[in-house]
Structure formats: structure tokens, C-alpha cells
Design a protein around this ligand. Structure first.
Ligand code: BES
Ligand code: MN
Ligand code: ZN
Length: 519
């Protein structure tokens, strides 16, 4: 199951372009004829050849577009070919544009059998965030995109199957050199090392997310946590089995897991390297498969419900990342894990369960299972006395309907925590968008026979789910809820740095959140 290692190496190329050796020199070109300010560094001959192709409109320079030609003889360069890569319009450059460019570079090198390449972007290629403190070094963004785009989940396909589909079994691209001219080498290099660890965290989250449910169940997910601890001893893992769950009264988790042959678990991963600094608790929904239970889902998209543990996957990715970065912070990751299946031992619609917090819940629909396991996990999180509590969950189809794949839903009880997450969303590429939690919405989850019920009707489904969660968090506890039902997996593969499948959403978001506010 473990195959998340990165084979791509990234380094900074200083020195003169004629000294660069490799299979290709990739030169960025803007859309709309904007001059590429680094072009003169390649020498007159190459400059002319490039200009000629641009004036003859061999390409327009739209983002990701590319053409290649052999290095002109007598140019003095030692690379075998020149590739012109479109960067899009100069004024629309954003952090995410550079990540996309990195993804394109990786894709084109792997496709064209390029093992080693050098990249020379325009000297004025920058993104302009609203706040200067949000400036991320451009080379680190390119590297991030290349690493993110290099992730593959293809070890269940034979060599023959891949070749028949025009895919490669081995990925030839091994070494990316990023050209840098100026005095920023030390800071760029430091950030590169950090971003490599970030990309590895995203890869772990994707990898867990992509696992089919016959291989990844609550028990094997718990095993993954123990393996994480073996590799990174600064993470302390605790796993509650059914007995422990029962003794803690965690009947939300138990009820959801009761229909499955594989019993539920509650996994906690603690990382404390921050002395007496405040603690962040992150809870991730870990439904390893969501059939809907007795309130069975229709068959059409049911296979996608192996992704219903992507919140948990983000927590794993985050824990690995902070431990590898050795950041001086305190974080606890909490993952309630269960498989939601129909069977004679499964919970039924109409059941009333007592959650660990003591709140009685009427289970109207067994397919609204995420909030039941999160109820107990959020209550458990409070015992760590965190300064902030964030949960990540593929919670509602309603959120996917509202925001689509472009942003996760964000709700919570603390404006400053929300604002910090909104900012982190903007720069990380894991965008979030706030939905309101007006008190009136709470009416929709009133039950006739219990304290609350687990569904709030069709209207405002993402919000009423968050209302339900809010009942399990003290109002004085800063808390934010991220609904990633629409963003957790991407089956279209329309972004070059996000391959089809689990996106690993949440890891980049929390990296920027922690970096900006907890370091
Ligand atoms: N895991 C689903 C939500 C989901 C839907 C995630 C689509 C990803 C893509 C969740 O457990 C669920 O089934 N929610 C129900 C809640 C309803 C019964 C109140 C939903 O959204 O339909
Ligand atoms: Mn469900
Ligand atoms: Zn679910």
C-alpha cells in the first residue's frame, strides 16, 4: 500500500545558461507577444530562433501550450532540445498558475522522454498577492506543481495495460533544474525543501484516498497510523478499538460501524514539539466506504464512496508533513474510522443513539453517517483542550451542489479562525468559501423524540450538517468545519498538478494556515 515516494529531484540551477547540460531547456513564453526578459541569457542564436517562431505564431503562449525544436547548432548551448512553454497572460499570473506550470512541465517531460530539464522563466514572472507577506517564491511553486503532478496511482495496472493506453510504466522525468538569476538562492532553496515535504504530505493523503475499500478499512487505516509512528516517532498514535469506544460511550462511531464486518476505530495522532504553545486539533472523517447503510445509496456513483475518508487522509498527510518538517508546534490529529454498510447488525432509520457527549440523536437517515462519527470525535477532541479545532469531511452532497469542485465549504463559530482559513485557502490553492451558520438553521434538526435528528431536510443541507456538528463543540471553543464533498476527488483530471482521483485537499490549506499563524 505504501508507494508515495517521490522519484523527481528538483534543484536550483545558477550559473550561465550555456553551462547547463541536459535533455531540454524549457523557456516560458507569455501569451500576447510580451517579451520574455530572460531570453537574452540563452544567446543571440536561440533568441532569434525563439522570436522567429513567436512572430510566425507557431504558438500563442496560452497556459500549458508547448512546442519543441532541436537546439540550433552553433548556439553554444549544451541542451538537446528547446521547449517553449506557454505561461498565459502576464497579468493573470497567480500562485496556482505556477503550480499548474510545474504540472505541465512534469507532464511534457514524462511524455517526451525527457529525464533532465532546465527551466528558464521570464525574469519578471511573479504572482502578486494582495498582501506581500503572502508572496511565495516562484521556483518553489513550480517545484510544488511538478511534484504534485508527478503523483501516480497506477500500480494496479500492468505494464501491458498502460502501454495499450499510451501511458508509460516507468516515468522518465527524474531531474528538474530551475533557473534562477539573482540573490534569492538561499531562500528559494530553503523553501524548496519545505515544499517537497508538503508535496509528500499531499501524496500520502491522495494515496490513502485512492485506496479501494477492500484494502483500506478502519483496521488497515489504523495500521497506517501505526506505521507513520514507526517511521516518524515524534508522532504518538493511539487506537481505540470497539471495547474502548464502548467504554467511552462513543455510540455514534459504533452505530455507524455496526453493519460492517470490519469494526470501527478511533485513531489519534499527537505531535508535540511546541512546548507550551497552543494546540491545534484536526479531525478528519474516515468513512472507508459509504454505501449509505440501510438508507442505501443508488448504485450509479456508489464506487466514489471509497473517497469518503478523504478528510481522514488529509489528517494523515498533515501529521506526516509537520513531523517531517519538525515544526515547533503542537498538533493532534483525530480520525474516527468506520465502514457504513447495510446488514442485519446495521443501525436502522428511526434508531435513537446516545452520543459520547450525552446528546440523544434520532437517526432519520443512515446515509447521514459522517456527522454521527464526527459528533463523538469532536467531543473527544475537546479533551485535548485545543486552542482551535478544525474538522475536514466529505460531509454533504449539498455542499458539492452549492460550490462544485472549485472550493470547499467553510463554516464555524469564530470569525478570526474563519478569516485565517480563508486567507490560507487563497494562497494554497485549496480554496474555501464561507457559508453562514445562522441560529435559525438549528430549527431544521429538531427531533420529535430525541434531542436532535441527523438530517435537516433538502434546504441548506451543508449548513444543517454543520449545525449538527456545532452541537458537539462548546460555543467558546474556536471551531471551523470544512466540507470537502465537492473538492476531495477529481475524476476529470483537468488540472495538470492534480491527477485524476483523490486530490489530497486540505493538506496545502493547513500547511499555509499553520505557517502563517502557528509558527
Ligand atoms: N459521504 C456523503 C456525502 C458525499 C456526497 C460526499 C457526494 C462526496 C460526494 C455523506 O455521507 C452523505 O451521504 N450525505 C447525505 C446526507 C443526507 C442523507 C442528509 C447527502 O449529502 O445526501
Ligand atoms: Mn453518507
Ligand atoms: Zn459519507
Amino acid at each position: 500500500m505504501d508507494k508515495t515516494e517521490q522519484t523527481l529531484k528538483v534543484a536550483i540551477a545558477t550559473g550561465l545558461v550555456p553551462a547547463w547540460k541536459g535533455d531540454a531547456l524549457i523557456i516560458g513564453v507569455y501569451e500576447g507577444g510580451e517579451a520574455q526578459s530572460a531570453l537574452p541569457l540563452c544567446g543571440k542564436k536561440v533568441e532569434n530562433e525563439v522570436q522567429k517562431r513567436l512572430t510566425e505564431k507557431w504558438m500563442r503562449g496560452t497556459l500549458g501550450e508547448s512546442i519543441a525544436f532541436p537546439t540550433p547548432s552553433g548556439s553554444g548551448l549544451q541542451v538537446s532540445r528547446i521547449v517553449l512553454l506557454g505561461m498565459g497572460k502576464k497579468e493573470s499570473l497567480q500562485a496556482e498558475t505556477f503550480r499548474a506550470l510545474g504540472g505541465h512541465i512534469q507532464a511534457l517531460c514524462n511524455k517526451s522522454g525527457i529525464a533532465t530539464c532546465h527551466v528558464l522563466l521570464s525574469l519578471d514572472a511573479h504572482h502578486k498577492p494582495k498582501n506581500r507577506r503572502q508572496q511565495i517564491p516562484v521556483l518553489a511553486l513550480l517545484a510544488e506543481g511538478a511534484w504534485l503532478g508527478s503523483y501516480r496511482f497506477d500500480h494496479f495496472k500492468s505494464k501491458e495495460t498502460k502501454e495499450a493506453k499510451g501511458e508509460r510504466d516507468e516515468h522518465p522525468f527524474r531531474q528538474l533544474f530551475l533557473g534562477l538569476h539573482g540573490d534569492r538562492v538561499a531562500s528559494e532553496r530553503k523553501r524548496l525543501a519545505e515544499v517537497e515535504i508538503l508535496a509528500r504530505g499531499v501524496a500520502l493523503a491522495r494515496h490513502l484516498g485512492n485506496q479501494p475499500a477492500n484494502l483500506l478499512n478502519p483496521e488497515t487505516l489504523a495500521r497506517q497510523a501505526r506505521q507513520l509512528t514507526e517511521r516518524l516517532p515524534t508522532i504518538k498514535t493511539t487506537v481505540y478499538t470497539e471495547k474502548m469506544l464502548a467504554s467511552k460511550g462513543m455510540n455514534g462511531i459504533l452505530a455507524v460501524g455496526s453493519g460492517s464486518r470490519t469494526p470501527p476505530r478511533l485513531i489519534t495522532m499527537e505531535y508535540r514539539r511546541g512546548g507550551d504553545r497552543p494546540l491545534l486539533a484536526v479531525v478528519g472523517k474516515g468513512i472507508t466506504f459509504d454505501s449509505g447503510g440501510i438508507s442505501l445509496k443508488p448504485g450509479e456513483h456508489m464506487a466514489e464512496m471509497k473517497f469518503d475518508m478523504c478528510g481522514a487522509a488529509a489528517v494523515f498527510g498533515l501529521m506526516q508533513m509537520v513531523a517531517e518538517l519538525e515544526w515547533p508546534i503542537n498538533v493532534v490529529g483525530i480520525v474516527p474510522a468506520a465502514e457504513n454498510m447495510p446488514s442485519s447488525t446495521a443501525q436502522r432509520p428511526g434508531d435513537i443513539i446516545k452520543t459520547a457527549k450525552g446528546i440523544f440523536v434520532e437517526v432519520i437517515n443512515t446515509d447521514a453517517e459522517g456527522r454521527l462519527i464526527l459528533a463523538d470525535a469532536l467531543h473527544h477532541a475537546a479533551s485535548f483542550k485545543p486552542a482551535a479545532l478544525i474538522d475536514l469531511a466529505t460531509l454533504t452532497g449539498a455542499c458539492a451542489v452549492a460550490l462544485g469542485a472549485q472550493a470547499s465549504g467553510l463554516m464555524g463559530n469564530n470569525d478570526s479562525l474563519i478569516r485565517q482559513l480563508e486567507k490560507a485557502g487563497e494562497i494554497s490553492g485549496d480554496r474555501v468559501w464561507r457559508l453562514p451558520l445562522f441560529a435559525e438553521y438549528q430549527e431544521q434538526i429538531k427531533s420529535v423524540v430525541a434531542d436532535i435528528k441527523n438530517t435537516g431536510g433538502r434546504e441548506a443541507g451543508a449548513i444543517t450538517a454543520a449545525c449538527f456538528l456545532s452541537r458537539f463543540v462548546e460555543s467558546t471553543q474556536p471551531w471551523a468545519h470544512i466540507d470537502m464533498a465537492g473538492t476531495a476527488y477529481d475524476l476529470n483530471g483537468s488540472r495538470p498538478h492534480v491527477p485524476k482521483g483523490a486530490v489530497g485537499v486540505g493538506v496545502r490549506l493547513l500547511y499555509h494556515f499553520l505557517r502563517a499563524h502557528w509558527m
